[in-house]
Design a protein around this ligand. Structure first.
Ligand code: AMP
Ligand code: ZN
Ligand code: FE
Ligand code: FE
Length: 280
């Protein structure tokens, strides 16, 4: 099994890349992709660890870019990206700064509502590169203002709630283009979480290379439908657990609970290989 969707401490996961790799090896995974939100810093850490601690599993460098299309949250995965690509790194740095400003604004709003969390606390919870609403939610939980991350979203920082601040605007088209320009393979993450099928078609038309068919929250019917779409549009089939360490849907998103087999993985590799050769 190849689990191609996992988050580390470089974004909002609770385990660092080393811990993820060791755990993946322990449970017998053949491959693991670290796909942090909008950052590639976990990849460097993973490679640094692997040079001194060779494992039998295959490590795949990845990313999950958070984008938005017509107010809908759309996540684009990128596999085999060149994590030194300067255009990619420059854009990620812009996104990082925008996220930092946004987190400050959310903390300010919460404070003015009488919820005394500090930006330092949120920053500490973020640990790595990416700061986001999950970290703000954890800070609220730590201070006892809410019982769970979910309650923090439902009451305060979910869309339309009083301390919600919109994210920087980044379009799926841009993410797909950026991933391709960094030599990566762009895949639509968890299409089953999108509100309607038209959106899936729209993103297919933007030049996505594949769909994340296997995902813990997908129903058997959805999996069937996405497999059909992949055949119809000649798209790659991928899958992963979206493991974050703990927290939201922890029991559902166990490491290795979802993924692809070696045949599907080989097709992804072949596709990437072909793209490398034809790059101009
Ligand atoms: P951000 O990118 O900072 O807006 O945060 C989005 C992330 O928050 C998503 O990727 C989810 O992991 C998490 N999230 C979104 N909605 C909820 C929710 N209702 N409950 C718990 N976590 C959520
Ligand atoms: Zn996440
Ligand atoms: Fe996602
Ligand atoms: Fe994810």
């Amino acid at each position: 099994m190849y689990d191609l969707h996992v988050h580390s401490t470089a974004s909002d996961g609770l385990l660092n890349p080393e811990e993820l790799l060791v755990r993946a090896e322990e449970i017998g995974l053949k491959g693991l992709a670290i796909t942090d939100h909008d950052t590639v810093h976990g990849i460097e850490e993973a490679y640094a660890f692997l040079t001194t601690n060779p494992l039998s599993l295959q490590f795949i460098p990845g990313i999950e870019m958070n984008t938005e299309l017509d107010e809908n949250e759309v996540h684009i995965l990128g596999y085999f990206i060149d994590y030194h690509n300067s255009r990619l790194l420059h854009r990620l740095e812009e996104i990082r700064e925008a996220r930092w400003d946004r987190a400050r604004k959310m903390v300010y709003r919460l404070k003015s509502m009488g919820l005394a969390i500090s930006f330092e606390q949120v920053e500490k919870l973020a640990q790595g590169d990416l700061i986001g609403r999950p970290h703000v939610a954890r800070a609220l939980t730590e201070k006892g203002y809410v019982f769970s991350v979910k309650e923090a979203f439902d009451k305060f920082i979910g869309k339309g709630r009083p301390a919600y601040v919109p994210r920087y605007k980044f379009l799926p088209r841009e993410a797909i283009e950026l991933i391709k320009s960094a030599g990566g393979v762009p895949i639509l993450a968890h299409p089953g979480l999108l509100p309607n099928a038209e959106l899936v078609y729209e993103i297919i038309n933007l030049g996505i290379a594949g769909l994340e068919v296997y995902y813990p929250e997908h129903t058997p019917q959805q999996i069937g439908r996405f497999l059909q779409l992949c055949q119809q549009f000649n798209l790659l089939v991928t899958g992963g657990s979206d493991f974050h360490g703990t927290g939201r849907h922890e029991s559902r998103n166990r490491l290795g609970c979802s993924g692809i087999d070696v045949n599907e993985f080989n097709l992804l590799c072949e596709y990437h290989h072909g793209k490398q050769i034809t790059i101009d």
